[in-house]
Design a protein around this ligand. Structure first.
Ligand SMILES: [Zn+2]
Length: 66
């Protein structure tokens, strides 16, 4: 059970990453369903919905505390 010492730090990091990962997953799932976003190399080239999802991911990525 030596790993228990690190549990607090690990949980804190995972909680900080969750909004970012969730936002990324929402965008990723959108690109799989959306014909406009499916073939684009950059998220900015996708449809408005895809760009908004990507923007939300970028915001979550830049400031996890927001
Ligand atoms: Zn789209």
């Amino acid at each position: 059970m030596t790993a228990a010492k690190c549990t607090g730090v690990t949980v804190a990091v995972r909680q900080a990453e969750l909004p970012m990962l969730r936002a990324y997953r929402l965008w990723f799932e959108h690109t799989r369903k959306c014909a406009d976003c499916k073939g684009v190399r950059k998220a900015q080239d996708g449809c408005q919905g895809g760009r908004e999802l990507w923007a939300a991911y970028r915001i979550a990525y830049a400031g996890g505390d927001r």
